[in-house]
Write a protein that binds this ligand. Structure first.
Ligand SMILES: Nc1ncnc2c1ncn2[C@@H]1O[C@H](COP(=O)(O)OP(=O)(O)O)[C@@H](O)[C@H]1O
Ligand SMILES: [Mg+2]
Length: 381
């Protein structure tokens, strides 16, 4: 069976907000959703038909989960290779376990991306202290060290700007690491690319992403970049999706460097925070596109009917503004149902949409988002 009949059950590994919004998209199309999560009080469980509560590497839980579903997809990428094999032995897994294994490990990811011709920031494998010294020297003491696995929202990263900071690093580091040269990027962009069972590929418009404290803060769609560069970014995303034989959606994070060239930062073979703007600015959003792809349904055009700004709501400070947001015109509020607003935790997001071609500049964005953004003091928000 490749194309699933309506009423079939989609299995989603992971209970977070990406699973929640995928489940809502699946439900809209008439599918049931069964979630695998260790925690019944999770954003996805609140909107799913049923769940298996267990750890992602618990063989019994994985089997129970797979028996309940018709196809498996992910919002949480870090299932072990053994766990992926178990799932794949029972039900169709989309994207395939091999794609997840690449995105789980920054070194495997960089190797594969290089093989398929993607340009990357200079990088070195750092298995131990000796390799670190050599890598730091090779990268001129301007580098970011990243844990090879389990990093997200800038966690597990150490930034070194000069030899002095390198000397102060200490010896107690969580090897293996990867060292990357710091890119003096002009901006960060991403492309959401989806590929269906029939090989059809769709790219949403390129998004510009601005981070704060290592966490995505604002996305602007479309990214204010020359059309030729946007086309190049989309064609690179398509090339990566096709080379990996992706089924589903994938976020491709990129840097635009100081000379206007593109470097690939990382890939995430699942819906992605930088695609949340599609929920209000496209007829079919990233979640429905993903659900359609993994269920073997046709992929519609990824057309953007409006320009959009997405603002993440992070931690207690942003949550305290929700009452105000509900009273503000022109904002669509999306909350994930998390009860505890810990600092740095993604609680929800807000989308503002504008007529196509009318994406405002920084002052206009600040006016629409009101108390959600710091006052604009320069062009550089
Ligand atoms: N080589 C680099 N040069 C400059 N900035 C970087 C580099 N790598 C990461 N960053 C910054 O840190 C952010 C998070 O890094 P990323 O590798 O995407 O990890 P995560 O898995 O936490 O998203 C990036 O979006 C970017 O702002
Ligand atoms: Mg990232």
């Amino acid at each position: 069976m490749t194309v699933l009949p309506f009423g079939a059950t989609l299995g989603i590994v992971g209970g977070g907000q990406l699973g929640r919004m995928s489940a809502m998209a699946a439900a809209r199309l008439g599918f049931r959703v069964h979630v695998l999560t260790p925690d019944i009080d999770s954003p996805a469980c609140e909107v799913a038909s049923s769940a298996t509560i267990g750890d992602y590497d618990d063989e019994v839980a994985l089997r129970d989960f797979a028996e309940h579903v018709d196809a498996v997809t992910f919002e949480f990428e870090n299932v072990s290779a053994h766990g992926l094999r178990i799932l794949e032995s029972i039900k169709p897994v989309r994207p395939a376990g091999a794609v997840l294994e690449i995105s789980q490990d920054r070194i495997a990811e960089k190797r594969r991306l290089s093989e398929i011709g993607a340009a990357l920031a200079p990088w070195r494998e750092v298995p131990d202290a000796a390799a670190l010294a050599a890598a730091a020297e090779a990268l001129d003491y301007r580098l970011i060290l990243k844990t090879t696995r389990f990093g997200y929202d800038g966690k597990g990263q150490f930034r070194i700007r000069d030899a002095e900071e390198f000397a102060a690093l200490g010896t107690d580091l969580p090897y293996p690491l990867v060292a990357e040269g710091i890119v003096d990027f002009e901006r960060e962009i991403s492309v959401m690319v989806a590929r269906g069972l029939d090989g059809d590929v769709r790219c949403f418009d390129v998004t510009e992403n601005r981070h704060r404290n290592g966490i995505l803060d604002l996305s602007l769609a479309p990214a204010p970049i020359p059309p030729a560069l946007a086309a190049q970014a989309q064609s690179m995303a398509r090339h990566i999706a096709e080379s990996l034989d992706l089924i589903g959606i994938m976020g491709v994070e990129m840097f635009v460097d100081a000379r206007g060239g593109l470097l690939i930062n990382e890939i995430a073979p699942r819906p992605h925070n930088s695609g949340h703007w599609t929920m209000n600015a496209c007829l079919v959003d990233q979640f429905e596109m993903h659900v359609r792809a993994v269920l073997g349904l046709p992929l519609p055009e990824a057309t953007r009917h409006s320009d959009a700004v997405m603002k993440n709501l992070i931690g207690p400070d942003d949550m305290a503004l929700c009452d105000a947001v509900l009273r503000m015109p022109g904002l669509a509020l999306h909350l994930y149902g998390k009860d505890e607003a810990r600092p740095g935790r993604k609680m929800g997001h807000v989308n503002a949409i504008f007529p196509r071609g009318a994406l405002p500049g920084p002052f206009g964005i600040a006016a629409v988002l009101g108390p959600l953004v710091e006052p604009v003091v320069s062009e550089d928000i």
